[in-house]
Design a protein. Structure first.
Length: 65
């Protein structure tokens, strides 16, 4: 799953990941943010994430997709 780091008025990615790890310690999640200097992005593994995506994200699809 992909979790946004910051959710205005809601639970952000780090807090969500903490709760998800309690349910399933093997969960695979990616943190995404436009704040590239945030500790959760630069040290994503220490927060339980498998990868990080910096915004803006550009997706390129082949014609076969």
């Amino acid at each position: 799953m992909i979790l946004d780091l910051t959710v205005r008025g809601g639970m952000g990615g780090v807090e969500t990941m903490q709760q998800l790890l309690k349910i399933d310690p093997h969960i695979k999640a990616v943190v995404s943010s436009g704040y590239s200097d945030d500790a959760a992005i630069t040290n994503y593994i220490s927060h339980g994430f498998k990868a990080s995506l910096k915004k803006p994200i550009m997706l390129m699809l082949s014609e076969k997709y």
